[in-house]
Write a protein that binds this ligand. Structure first.
Ligand code: GLV
Ligand code: MN
Ligand code: MN
Length: 400
């Protein structure tokens, strides 16, 4: 069955390539539980049905396709997510799901008979692009996020997660989680480490601790033409200073800080804003550096607010601790695949699940090194190499 795997990958990929694609940017608008993502979920069910894999849901929006007894224990879980950031790339998420189904085909064609059940998952709202909290589905499943908190999260149009889901989320499912012996997520690489290593596939060692903080700066809305400069209480100034401070503090620490989202009220060219809200995404190699970075940004914002006559509220929206993937598993897989081992600054459902079960990640080379952008890329040959690697790993974990 390994014949023309790149071609079979392409055929499968083309089935979803237009779903949620914005013709102007070439990027994807696949927000959780909106029409394009629902179509991708329907595609997931069709793929599972085509292979005779029954599909179950966990009451949190996560989907599971089962090769083997859906109630079976010691199962090996693989998969990823369908949702995207605004105008995101094609591969971040869907590659892990498409590859999982094709890895099942590889295993079956090779005559593998599973000893442990194999489960393909599609996790909901991994990016947090709609409801603000990343890895929402895996946080709910594991109980890291309480169901009532998730239920009340709202999207930009005011729709709650519970309404989008069609009911209250089930929350923690320890009995379901307890059936999984391991999780392996295949993902496009979101940097250039594999390009530099000249390797099509890598194994993850760790995910940097990271989080999201919202800062609301309130000032006084007023007329742009008549308000003397000295009389202004302009929240845009405090916000702008905060963005520059975040950049400087991150550089000083070898960390990452990004303000990629902003909301301005009333958002008029000829009005001093009454309120500016920014979202800080901060990441660092260790938790102390991350805390130091965020504390420094918060302190600088507060100091600047005093000078601007504004007020700042600083709210933690989500924090993911340092994830060190299971050393033994990563080492075993790196040996099996003869692949480099690398850390990443990107968040994943695998990072949430790693606190609950042995977890590993495989990365597929991205020639542009760009992600969360339409420029994200992977060649069909490298995707096929990723599928073969995943099949080997799943065989190792399920078939003996
Ligand atoms: C998800 O891709 C993240 O790292 O924010
Ligand atoms: Mn992403
Ligand atoms: Mn992803």
């Amino acid at each position: 069955m390994s014949d023309d795997l790149p071609g079979r990958f392409r055929a499968s990929w083309n089935e979803i390539a237009l779903l949620g694609r914005d013709a102007d940017s070439g990027g994807y608008l696949r927000y959780a539980l909106t029409e394009p993502e629902l179509q991708l979920r329907a595609w997931f069910r069709a793929q599972a049905e085509r292979r005779g894999l029954p599909v179950t849901e966990d009451g949190n929006g996560n989907l599971f396709a089962h090769w083997g007894d859906p109630e079976g224990t010691d199962a090996v879980l693989t998969g990823s997510h369908f949702d995207s950031v605004p105008h995101g790339g094609a591969y971040d998420g869907p590659l892990g799901i498409v590859s999982a189904f094709l890895a099942v085909d590889e295993l079956r064609a090779a005559g593998a008979t599973e000893v442990r059940p194999l489960v393909v998952a599609a996790f909901v709202e991994e990016e947090g692009a709609r409801f603000g909290v990343p890895c929402l589905g895996s946080r709910l499943l594991t109980g890291v996020l309480p169901a009532d908190r998730a239920a009340g999260l709202r999207d930009a149009a005011g729709v709650s997660f519970a309404d989008a889901l069609g009911g209250q989320p089930a929350g923690a499912r320890p009995e379901l989680l307890g059936r999984f012996a391991a999780f392996v997520e295949l993902h496009v690489e979101q940097g250039r480490a594999l390009v530099d290593a000249d390797a099509p596939v890598g194994v993850a060692s760790a995910i940097w601790p990271h989080g999201r903080w919202r800062f609301d700066v309130v000032g006084e809305g007023n007329h742009a033409g008549t308000t003397r400069m000295a009389d202004r209480r302009d929240p845009m100034l405090t916000y702008a200073f905060g963005v520059l401070a975040a950049n400087k503090e991150a550089r000083l620490r070898g960390a990452h800080a990004t303000v990629g989202r902003v909301a301005v009220e009333p958002n008029a060219t000829n009005a001093i804003p009454s309120k500016v809200t920014g979202w800080l995404d901060a990441r660092a190699a260790d938790p102390e550096t991350l805390t130091g970075l965020v504390d420094a940004v918060r302190a600088k914002l507060a100091e600047r607010a005093r000078r601007d006559g504004t007020e700042v509220g600083f709210t933690e929206e989500s924090v993911t601790p340092l994830v060190a993937f299971d050393d033994d598993l990563a080492g075993r897989l790196a040996g099996l695949l003869d692949a480099p081992v690398l850390p990443t600054g990107a968040g994943h459902d695998a990072g949430v699940l790693a606190a609950h079960l042995p977890t590993a990640m495989l990365f597929v080379r991205n020639p542009t090194g760009v992600s969360h952008s339409p420029a994200e890329a992977a060649s069909d040959d490298d995707c096929a190499a990723g599928i073969r690697a995943l099949a080997r790993v799943l065989e190792e974990l399920t078939c003996r």
